[in-house]
Design a binder for this molecule. Structure first.
Ligand SMILES: NC(=O)C1=CN([C@@H]2O[C@H](COP(=O)(O)OP(=O)(O)OC[C@H]3O[C@@H](n4cnc5c(N)ncnc54)[C@H](OP(=O)(O)O)[C@@H]3O)[C@@H](O)[C@H]2O)C=CC1
Ligand SMILES: CC(C)=CCC[C@@H](C)[C@H]1CC[C@H]2C3=C(CC[C@]12C)[C@@]1(C)CCC(=O)[C@@H](C)[C@@H]1CC3
Length: 348
């Protein structure tokens, strides 16, 4: 049986979980698919494996022609020692990786400006739930590794992990899928603040960095047999922002999401399964010999609820500056971490 290995960072997120569901539905027959679940905590690993097993056994109709098994990786991308340990774990266990979904991300949201939210909803309900400006984000937060926290969590940490497991990704002729956002406009990133320490929209800036890093790296990865894509899942309900909502604001948000869809927004996928369409489209349905890689593949939903894929162009301005900065940062961390892991087992 052909074995394939899929790493999904942030597996226990709405999008991560549905990415695995769609992968199970679309994987070839007679494959043994190892899903490497990642999280910062073991309880969330265990929680998501239960949900994936339930989907596979009771909903997927793949029992019998697709085998699945599980592994897990405890990794926090804001901690470079944790990232190195994750690489070491993968390097010791696998000689080939076939899929890497860079799905995990965070924002340093500090609540919602509800006055601003009400004003935006009353003046422009569609924009209020498509390009919201009322999320309050902290400014200048650094990680314990003295990097911009969101720069490290959403961009540099995952990039460093990829750079360390390139041999396995190349051997597996892997698909790498970076999850970006529709909120990744060039206006969110200053090339004088690549670590996003001066930004009050560091989340959006990190997604701009993802877009540019993809443009700067996908051609060289192709030479290694690796197909890298950048996707965006539209807008869908998420654990991370539900915590700011009560019964009324949650259902108020849902109403506005459906209103936005009925007003013609293609991006209000609302549920995670529709949102995960693009991540699996580029790995299972797109033909890497024909599909463009310098565009962003978006999960979209029509007014009557039908899912489809909608691509968006990516403005390449700044890609070489971003890549040069990140490459220099990588060399710095290669030097800092070079003696971190030493073989302590003395052969008998
Ligand atoms: N929700 C939306 O409308 C949109 C979401 N997206 C993107 O989709 C992806 C998934 O979003 P969503 O489903 O809302 O996810 P959530 O915000 O609900 O969860 C984020 C996930 O990322 C993981 N994570 C967060 N920080 C770190 C870290 N420092 N190190 C390792 N893992 C981390 C968490 O893992 P754990 O807690 O288990 O450690 C969690 O599983 C993200 O990239 C997001 O930016 C893009 C556009 C819109
Ligand atoms: C207005 C009401 C009744 C409630 C507030 C809902 C907001 C919490 C919610 C509405 C639009 C959402 C949204 C995102 C986060 C949560 C909202 C602001 C994102 C910023 C999440 C990350 C992304 O990448 C963006 C594309 C999302 C845009 C919409």
């Amino acid at each position: 049986m052909n074995r394939k290995v899929a790493i999904v960072t942030g597996t226990n997120s709405n999008l991560g979980l549905n990415t695995v569901f769609r992968l199970i539905e679309t994987e070839d027959s007679n494959v043994r698919l190892t899903v490497v679940v990642t999280s910062r905590t073991l309880p969330r690993v265990q929680e998501v494996i239960v949900q994936i097993k339930d989907f596979y056994n009771n909903k997927s109709k793949r029992v019998g022609d697709l085998e699945i098994d599980f592994d897990y990786l405890l990794v926090d991308f804001t901690n470079m020692i944790s990232v190195l340990n994750a690489y070491y774990d993968i390097n010791n266990k696998y000689d080939a990786i076939n899929y890497l979904f860079v799905n995990a991300a965070q924002g340093i949201f500090d609540g919602i400006d509800w006055f601003g939210a009400v004003k935006e909803v009353l003046t422009s309900p569609l924009d209020a739930v498509t390009n919201p400006t009322y999320k309050i984000q902290l400014v200048g937060v650094k990680s314990k590794d003295d990097m911009g926290l969101i720069f490290q969590a959403n961009v540099f940490g995952p990039y460093y992990f990829i750079s360390k497991i390139l041999p396995q990704l190349s051997k597996g002729k892997a698909y790498i899928v970076w999850v970006s956002s529709i909120m990744s406009d060039p206006k969110y990133l200053s090339l004088n603040d690549i670590e996003l320490l001066k930004s009050d929209a560091s989340y959006e800036g990190s997604k701009r960095l993802v877009d540019l890093l993809h443009l700067a790296t996908y051609k060289d990865l192709k030479k290694l047999g690796i197909n890298q894509y950048v996707v965006q899942p539209g807008i869908f309900t998420s654990h991370s922002f539900s915590k700011y909502l009560n019964f009324f604001t949650y259902f108020g948000m849902l109403f506005l999401f459906y209103l936005a869809r009925w007003l013609g927004s293609p991006w209000h996928n609302i549920d995670g399964y529709k949102a995960a369409n693009a991540s699996v489209y580029v790995t299972r349905l797109a033909n890497p010999n024909f599909e463009k890689q310098d565009v962003k593949y978006g999960s979209a939903t029509s007014r009557d609820g039908m899912p489809y894929i909608k691509t968006l162009p990516i403005d390449p301005t700044g890609a070489s500056d971003v890549f040069a900065y990140i490459q220099k940062k990588k060399l710095e961390w290669d030097e800092k971490l070079k003696d971190q892991i030493v073989e302590t087992r003395v052969p008998v």
